[in-house]
Design a protein around this ligand. Structure first.
Ligand code: AMP
Length: 221
């Protein structure tokens, strides 16, 4: 079903550039960028109960349990700003999450428009994750080599402090990639079977990947 909405899921391993690309597309197509990782990081920063629970999984590179994530997305998709579509970045990450999402959308009388798989080789991903730095204040993403800030350690956008996510440490990266292979990669077949899968090369320069994504979204509109 294509009801003129851009209900998009971004698939792909950590470090494929899902967050970076979603920020630009969200602005250009005027649809919210919904990142479960960003939601958890905000809760951790505010030291809420949910934040404390999430931290016990996230910092070591484990997935947060399905029921916790599903509840968050259920609430978020009921908000008014999602009516024209959205980019889901980092959700779903397991088959049960994908099944719940399908159910949720049916309940809301809508469906996904596409699941876009951002494909990148493992050496590229590891290089990106280990050099990634994030603004503690606004969440903007940088890279020590590929996207350095103008002033070392300081966010260009808000002046906040840049830090390395604990889950971007080498041991945690290794574990996240294992979790991805074990629990998330199967979603590619899941969405292929639903006829929703679109693949994009995310191992090239980010501007080139962005142009490919823009073409897909324009095509879906
Ligand atoms: P991300 O910013 O997408 O890399 O997410 C950071 C971390 O948040 C992940 O490594 C997981 O621990 C957790 N997380 C985010 N989204 C989900 C999800 N859909 N299911 C389970 N855990 C998640």
């Amino acid at each position: 079903m294509n009801d003129g909405k851009l209900n998009i899921v971004f698939l792909g391993p950590p470090g494929a550039g899902k967050g970076t690309q979603a920020v630009g597309l969200s602005r250009e197509f005027n649809i919210p960028h919904i990142s479960t990782g960003d939601i958890f990081r905000a809760e951790m920063k505010a030291e809420t109960e949910l934040g404390r629970l999430a931290r016990s999984y996230i910092d070591d590179g484990n997935l947060v349990p399905d029921d916790v994530v599903i509840k968050i997305i259920e609430r978020r998709l009921q908000q008014e700003d999602t009516r024209g579509g959205y980019i889901l970045d980092g959700f779903p990450r397991t088959i049960p999450q994908a099944e719940e999402l399908d159910k949720m959308l049916r309940g809301l009388g809508t469906a996904l428009s596409a699941a876009i798989y951002l494909e990148a080789a493992e050496d590229v991903i590891i290089q990106r994750l280990s050099g990634r730095r994030v603004c503690r204040q606004c969440g903007a993403i940088y890279h020590l080599v590929n996207m350095p800030p103008a002033r070392e350690g300081i966010c260009d956008k808000c002046g906040g402090e840049l830090y390395q996510r604990p889950d971007d440490r080498p041991e945690a990266i290794r574990h996240r990639l294992e979790e991805y292979a074990r629990k998330t990669a199967g979603l590619i077949q899941y969405y292929q079977a639903e006829g929703l899968l679109r693949k994009v090369d995310a191992g090239i320069e980010k501007e080139k990947t962005y142009a490919l994504l823009r073409d897909i979204l324009n095509d879906l509109k």
